[in-house]
Design a protein around this ligand. Sequence first.
Ligand code: HEM
Length: 404
Amino acid sequence: MSTYQTVDSVPRLFGDSFSARPQDAYEQLRAAGPVAWAEVAEGVHVLIVTSWAAARELLADPEYSRNPEHWDRVAQQRVPPELAYMVIPGIQRTDGPVHERLRRALEECLAGIDVPGLRTRVHKDSRALINRFSDRGHADLMREYAEPVVALTFTDLVGCPTGTADQLRSAVHTLTFTEPDATQGWDDLAGILWDTVQTKKKAPAADLTSALLTHPARLNDQEIVCQLASLIVLGTAPTAAWIGSTLHALMTEPAYASQLVSGAVTIRTAMNERLWGRCPVANSSVHYAPWPKTLRGLQIPARVPIMISHAATGLDPSRPGRADARDRSHFGWSAGVHRCPAPSLATTIAEAAIENAVDALWDLHAPTSTVASKHGPFVQCPAHVGALFAQVQGREWLEHTKGA
Ligand code: HEM
């Protein structure tokens, strides 16, 4: 540890100051980098990779494990409940052939999703949500729009009863945003998914649960619950964050806001820019060195988490292709064997939701240009996305979409 900053002076990736100005913590980490200590909960220290080149090296090294059994705090039962996100089971915590088997099953089931049907579903849910606030002239597009539209979409994709969307959303919230009742959130999520698996065994339908039940990999019920939970935990919060953060950028950043009024904005450009400029999956990809190793000349001790700050690597000044309109070198979707299996699915959902809001809410603008993030190190999500818009348009939209 002598090669790093001392742990009593490291930045905190949680708490009010981090939520208000995460960039300060990343600048401090970058100055101490390319790998530096940070605190992810009271007294819990991890190594954070901030340089794009170091992240690429780590992601390509098969000697690191994703299994949290390699974390000394797990063996000592000293992982605080709010960090359940780091230890819940699922594909993201597996290695080698176990990971390959689960990954193939997930990829093949995801490939069977009817994308035009998904887009139609997102449009329908978006309109229903917009109709709830369109004649009010103001809304929190995070809480009233981005989060519920994604929860409804995933409930449908997975095949859970529609009435469980709010429960799923709050369970994921406790886990992702490091709330004290995160372990209860995990129990609630696993309970809903277990019931869904039992229902789909008797009455299969066109959904991911039924597809996993009949997949040739022959996953058992517990494995299916864990993989569905991975899809929901890793899929919903970042997609909602992406929608909220892009809508906020469209309303507040001069380059976009002027084009938004004239209708010429490229939503895709704004979405892509957010993937590296305010990366939804901020600090993730938890690795463990099974024995002491080196990374770009720095010693990596065994049995401590080493995480990639996708938020920091996106803004690394030495990243190739940075800020290019076609920028594809960022790690917003990660890379290597654990890269996100669903970028096109996430794009379909987010783009449809953003387009609907922009089309429906005329004269859309934000009351404030700055916005704090929700708490916790893992997902960078606006706490609120306040929006003002013309009330009359809301009513026209309501009339227009009656019976849709
Ligand atoms: C804006 C939206 C999204 C972003 C930015 C994003 C980003 C990421 C990143 C950075 C990882 C690597 C995590 C790690 O190594 O620990 C990841 C993994 C994963 N993502 Fe996504 N994701 C998004 C949406 C989705 C969606 C919609 C789904 C599901 C439908 C999904 C499912 C997964 C799964 C299952 C993994 C684990 C893959 C593995 O370990 O092999 N993600 N994602």
